[in-house]
Design a binder for this molecule. Structure first.
Ligand SMILES: NC(=O)c1ccc[n+]([C@@H]2O[C@H](COP(=O)([O-])OP(=O)(O)OC[C@H]3O[C@@H](n4cnc5c(N)ncnc54)[C@H](O)[C@@H]3O)[C@@H](O)[C@H]2O)c1
Length: 348
């Protein structure tokens, strides 16, 4: 039985706590938050739960083998570091840290201490994203042309990071996993409308190898909740709509074929294909449950997680360059330090 301590009981931490309390291989030992009101709520949900306003109590608890860090992004690097130094396995929320130097430091510490370091890129455990990955990797869409992602809503405004650091990790980690490669260049622009100097609307333009392009539009300032990813290939196109309750993936057997060669303008005719739309049935398991199970499995087996520190680091490197582009009038910046082959664990 793996004892789990959770640091941060705001919106997301309690979901980790619920899963580790329910999973057969773990028990929820203690929850920490600076805010006593949050802890009262946790004790109401989990009777006899130990709680504390001092996260250091979690780190010294002998019944805690693993720590979840679900605090604001700017604290991830420091808290994850302290947890690893205390000899705990760590599941840290996304982004792994807000600098690549901190992320590298965490990877090194985890390797030296032989502890599992995993990042909460939850969507990589989503059955729809797994299915999307398989479709693309099997070549069912043909040659991939481009992808377009939107993640929009009204809120939740963060105070310590802008919308790029908050929401882009989701779509970026999905794209890197599904395409099986990392981007080679990034450009970004955005605007800060509500809070001074904290962009609430952002656009990221990514170049992947083999002419694949992707755009990610994120916003905390939109009337509608949109979570949609479209991938267009030479054979088929697919739309992943995470707001749909049941029909999250739609595969369109649609495309355009150009004639191989024509001598005259009159002979040149594009042929459009309008085939079937397939909606695969997907398991409805909660992605966070699968992520928590995977973390426990990795602790038990010593295997590297799918979303290990290296994967988290690649995401942070792209975000750092996107941030630099944002400050530099949206200049396109090459990603010299992201290894196109190092996407998820096992690629090292
Ligand atoms: N993977 C996902 O799909 C997903 C979804 C939502 C949020 N998140 C991530 O989860 C993290 C938390 O997000 P949230 O929406 O729950 O934020 P939140 O602001 O609702 O909660 C953060 C909590 O951390 C507590 N906290 C801050 N510093 C602390 C410290 N030193 N010790 C103990 N408690 C401390 C705060 O009091 C607060 O209750 C963020 O990193 C966010 O990116 C991930």
């Amino acid at each position: 039985m793996i004892g789990v301590g959770v640091i941060g009981a705001g919106y997301w931490g309690p979901k980790h706590a619920r899963n580790f309390a329910e999973l057969p291989g773990s028990c929820l030992a203690v929850v920490a938050d600076l805010d006593e009101h949050r802890l009262t709520g946790m004790r109401e949900r989990h009777t006899s739960l130990r709680t504390t306003t001092d996260y250091r109590e979690v780190l010294v608890s002998p019944d805690v083998d693993a720590v979840v860090v679900a605090t604001p992004a700017s604290t991830h690097g420091r808290l994850a570091r302290e947890a690893l130094l205390a000899g705990k396995h760590v599941l840290v929320e996304k982004p792994i840290a807000i600098s690549s130097r901190d992320a590298e430091d965490l990877i090194e510490l985890a390797e030296l201490s032989g502890r599992v370091l995993m990042v909460g890129h939850t969507f990589l455990y989503h059955p729809a994203v797994r299915a999307l990955h398989d479709l693309v990797q099997r070549g069912e869409l043909g040659e991939i042309y481009y992808a377009h992602a939107q993640r929009l809503n009204l809120g939740l405004f963060q105070r310590d990071i802008n919308v790029l650091w908050d929401l882009v990790p989701h779509d970026l980690s999905i794209l890197m996993y599904v395409l099986g490669t990392n981007p080679v260049a990034v450009a970004a622009h955005g605007c800060a409308y509500v809070q001074a100097h904290i962009e609430d609307v952002g656009y990221v333009d990514l170049k992947f190898p083999n002419r694949v392009r992707a755009q990610i539009h994120v916003s905390w300032l939109d009337p509608n909740k949109v979570r949609r990813l479209t991938i267009v290939g030479s054979q088929k196109m697919v739309v992943y709509d995470d707001v749909e309750t049941l029909e999250k993936l739609r595969i369109y057997d649609r495309g355009v074929d150009a004639p191989p060669h024509t001598d005259t303008f009159g002979e040149f005719q594009l042929s459009y294909r309008y085939g079937d739309i397939t909606i695969p049935s997907l398991p409805s398991t909660e992605p966070l449950r699968l992520e928590c199970e995977h973390f426990l499995e990795c602790i038990a087996t010593g295997h590297a997680p799918l979303t290990d520190g290296w994967h988290g680091l690649q995401v942070v490197r792209v975000l750092e360059s996107a941030q630099a582009s944002l400050r530099d009038s949206s200049a396109a910046l090459p990603l010299l330090h992201t290894d196109p082959h190092l996407v998820v664990s096992g690629g090292r």
